[in-house]
Design a protein around this ligand. Structure first.
Ligand code: PLP
Length: 396
């Protein structure tokens, strides 16, 4: 047996359910053709980045000093880039962010690891609401903390405040939220953020220590008609925003995101320095130079995300007609219907017989459900309903 870290080895060798599905999908595509495989497993945007992204990248490559464009930036990111992003935040949310509060990271994942590493001491708890993005547990534990999971409110996938208040204790270092949410598509309203913020302020005062609010926002712009996503730092001063251009700008492979430490944060500069230090310890310094600049210049743009709303409408209506119970998503490109039997793992296994690749809810902390990732061509979403109907017929 190699003399390696046991937990790291476990993480490196465990094949995720989604990866298994991906491999299965590849096999089925070879057998029956891509058009007959309904792959709803992965959250890879299905629409390309807008033309302005490639145009900006090409222009920068042609016009910028060739040494500089591929050179290291400051550890926390290029100062002009951070100024441009601060300006975009001001324009879009009316929030006066400063470049000194931004740390450029490799996607939301890098941002989360920087925040958690910067905040947590051994034994600290981070409260997470089910259903949740499974990597949270990995990131929290890697930072020495413990994840405390609040069971899902399966009626609406909003916060169950009663259970939340019961879970808070002096051990709570941070609360981690994700709205718009993977996997449910739920969006927290202004009322929800206000209530959350009020409780956190009261409990921080009662315990005599700050409870931080980490808001993971890779889907910020993917909210459907009429749905508003509150800008959390306006409501709670001790907020850290983890943002990414992976989803709304369709750039997951470029690994670009940032941490914003809210301006009114208590001991702001100390918290920022801790985030920077944790990022340094993880090797997340000087995020990719070209795409820092491209993302900053395209910070107000998105790809054509209207297709996700179209797919949502087709699938919610179609699945309900077939007999599925599904909470209508308000954003993202995920939905999280109930499975037609309690055993979601067996259900998703059965779905494979109809070339439907859907992910069991168990991994998201919410058994009896399945995640459908509908970032697929619309005609594929439409045609998948026949396969869903055949699957449902097995349980009629
Ligand atoms: N957080 C959530 C909720 C996600 O769904 C994802 C990716 O799917 C991430 C974080 C990681 O995002 P990134 O690819 O920007 O690191």
């Amino acid at each position: 047996m190699a003399n390696v870290n046991a937990r790291a080895l476990e993480l490196g060798t465990q094949r995720s359910v989604i990866r298994e599905l991906f491999e299965f999908g590849k096999k089925r595509i070879a057998e029956v053709g891509a058009e007959n495989v309904f792959d709803f497993s992965i959250g890879n945007p299905s629409v390309p980045a807008p033309d302005v992204v490639n145009e900006t990248a090409i222009r920068l490559l042609k016009e910028m000093d060739p040494v500089m464009i591929h050179g290291y930036t400051s550890a926390q990111g290029d100062p002009n880039v951070r100024q441009m992003i601060a300006d975009s935040i001001q324009r879009r949310f009316g929030y006066a962010a400063r470049p000194e509060s931004l740390y450029m990271s490799t996607g939301a994942a890098g941002a989360l690891c920087g925040c958690l590493g910067g905040l947590l001491n051994p034994g600290d708890e981070v409260i997470v609401f089910a259903p949740f993005f499974p990597e949270y547990r990995v990131f929290i534990e890697a930072a020495g903390g413990t994840m405390k999971l609040i069971p899902a409110d399966t009626e609406a996938f909003q916060i169950d405040f009663e259970r939340f208040e019961e879970a808070l204790s002096p051990k709570t270092k941070a609360v981690l939220i994700n709205s718009p949410n993977n996997p449910s598509g739920a969006v927290y309203s202004e009322e929800t953020i206000l209530r959350l913020s009020k409780i956190l302020k009261e409990k921080s005062a009662a315990y005599g220590q700050v409870i931080y609010l980490i808001t993971d926002e890779p889907y910020r712009e993917i909210a459907f008609s009429g749905v508003k996503v509150p800008f959390v730092p306006k409501y709670y001063p001790n907020t850290l925003v983890c943002y990414s251009w992976s989803k709304a700008l369709s750039l997951p492979g470029e690994r670009m995101g940032y941490v914003l430490v809210a301006e009114e944060m208590e001991e702001h500069d100390t918290v920022y320095a801790a985030v920077a230090g944790a990022s340094r310890a993880l090797g997340y310094v000087s995020a990719p130079s070209l795409f820092q600049r491209v993302c900053a210049m395209c910070a107000d743009d998105t790809s054509d995300i209207s297709v996700y709303e179209k797919n949502r409408d087709i699938l919610v209506k179609g699945l309900r007609e077939i007999g599925f119970s599904v909470v209508e998503p308000q954003g993202t490109f995920y939905m999280f219907p109930r499975t037609l039997i309690e055993d979601d793992i067996a259900f998703c296994e059965k779905a494979k017989e109809f070339n439907l690749l859907i992910v069991p809810g168990t991994g998201f902390g919410c058994p009896g459900h399945t995640r459908i990732s509908y970032c697929v061509p619309t005609e594929r979403a439409e045609r998948s309903l026949e396969a869903f109907a055949k699957l449902a017929a097995c349980y009629a």
